[in-house]
Structures are given as structure tokens and as C-alpha cells.
Design a protein. Structure first.
Length: 113
């Protein structure tokens, strides 16, 4: 189901010019890495870690622990997918991918992020 939520949001955004994010549905249907790509790319300053952690805690239904989130973020930073934003959070890195175009779950190419 990876990517379906983001495709739906893209269509809605084109139709009405903006869209409210359904975090519950996003966390139910997308991988955490894809969500981090999405949230870090929404604004120039990206997203703060406390806000990202709060979304994972509130909507993630224990899919990812705080320690796993920190490890995932560190891995994504090492690969240049996201960068520190200087304000305790993350923004797009040089290897950032649009969630609609990044590799899908459980594939060998997914390891590049």
C-alpha cells in the first residue's frame, strides 16, 4: 500500500489547492521512512524531531519506538536523504526522494535510503 496515501493527497491538492493531512491514515498505510520523506519536504525548514516523534507516538500505534525512529533518522541522515535543519529537526537532504517516487517496501533498492 506504500504510496497510495501520497498519491491520494497529490490528487486532492491539485483539485482544491491544499489538503489537510490525515495522519492516522498515513501511518496506517505508509512506511515510516516514506512519512519522514513527506514531512521533511513539506516546508523549507522541514520538521522538528519533537513534532515527528509526537506524530509517531500519537498515530503510529507502536509501529516504531523512539529508539527505532532515532536510528532510522540517523540512517537517513548518513545517506544524505535528510539533513539537520539547525533547529532540532530535519529537512530535505541532497538524496531526498519524493515519497511518490521512492523505492517501495521490502525491495533490495529500498536499502539505499
Amino acid at each position: 500500500m506504500t504510496g497510495e496515501y501520497f498519491q491520494e493527497q497529490l490528487v486532492r491538492n491539485k483539485l482544491i489547492g491544499r489538503v489537510m493531512i490525515n495522519f492516522k491514515k498515513m501511518f496506517e498505510n505508509e512506511e515510516t521512512q516514506e512519512i519522514i520523506f513527506f514531512l521533511s519536504g513539506r516546508k523549507d525548514n522541514g520538521i522538528s524531531h519533537p513534532q515527528l516523534d509526537g506524530y509517531c507516538t500519537t498515530y503510529g500505534n507502536n509501529y516504531i519506538s523512539n529508539i527505532e525512529l532515532i536510528s532510522l533518522v540517523r540512517n537517513m541522515q548518513e545517506k544524505g536523504c535528510i539533513l539537520p535543519n539547525g533547529k532540532g529537526g530535519y529537512k530535505k537532504g541532497p538524496n531526498w526522494n519524493n515519497p511518490n517516487s521512492s523505492p517501495r517496501k521490502n525491495t533490495a533498492s529500498n536499502n539505499r535510503h
